[in-house]
Design a binder for this molecule. Structure first.
Ligand SMILES: Cc1cc2nc3c(=O)[nH]c(=O)nc-3n(C[C@H](O)[C@H](O)[C@H](O)COP(=O)(O)O)c2cc1C
Length: 218
């Protein structure tokens, strides 16, 4: 269920959010200054989402607006993408977490979309690709519970089903919050301590921070 908070509307206006461009207040001091970044990707792991269209064709897309709470994962997705279309239609996915060494595969997927024709605002920057696994030189392997395949090369893989979709109504936003429930996990043996624990010292996710790729330090 998506709740549209009236309290927020009362405090911040009808959109429910602060409008940064209209915010003229200043909170500057010796240590901090006001900034207005063009993007707010403050650093989250890259996830490769595999999904199927209604005819059973697989798509694979990089994304990074994801976080977990218990066995639920919340995804921020553009509604113009093939992944969103597939999740709405078939409600199953796999979340595949590349490690730091896989950034070139992720960059190989970056200019691709499974949408045909390419949406007008992506024209010139993106091209349609029907087989993104092949394009990125990645291997699709069968999942155990859901139908979309896993990405063999990713050390951490999750099978999941869509629970809720909440389309963001903020002025013209082309995005949705998709809540998924993880139903099966697979981890490469070299990153686990035991069946209940991933070894955080061994697991080196690929972090996407302000549009640059990073690993974790010691
Ligand atoms: C590292 C990385 C992170 C991205 N994160 C997101 C994201 O969180 N949400 C999103 O909708 N798109 C994200 N994108 C953009 C999509 O991958 C892109 O729109 C792609 O064309 C979607 O493919 P599809 O249309 O086949 O689903 C990201 C791209 C890259 C390379």
């Amino acid at each position: 269920m998506c709740i549209d908070s009236n309290e927020y509307k009362e405090e911040y206006g009808n959109s429910g959010y602060h409008n940064l461009s209209e915010n003229t207040s200043k909170l500057e001091n010796e240590d901090h200054m006001n900034v207005k970044p063009s993007i707010l990707y403050f650093g989250t792991p890259v996830v490769l989402i595999s999904s199927l269209d209604k005819d059973g064709n697989a798509n694979l897309s990089p994304m990074s607006s994801a976080w977990a709470l218990g066995y639920h994962v919340v995804l921020g997705l553009a509604t113009s993408g093939k992944t969103y279309e597939n999740l709405e239609a078939t409600r199953e996915l796999t979340l595949n977490f590349p490690d730091k060494d896989m950034w070139e595969s992720v960059e190989g997927l970056a200019p691709l979309t499974g949408k045909n024709p390419v949406p007008p605002f992506k024209a010139g920057r993106y091209r349609y690709e029907s087989d993104k696994f092949r394009a990125a030189n990645l291997t699709a392997v069968d999942s155990e519970v859901v139908r979309p395949p896993l990405v063999k090369e990713c050390p951490l893989q999750m099978e999941a089903v869509v629970k809720n979709i909440c389309v963001l109504s903020e002025g013209g936003a082309d995005a949705a919050i998709v809540e998924v429930s993880v139903v099966k996990l697979h981890a490469r043996k070299d990153i686990v301590l035991d069946e209940r624990h991933i070894d955080p010292a061994k697991w080196k996710p690929l972090i996407y921070s302000f549009r640059h790729y990073f690993s974790l330090g010691e």
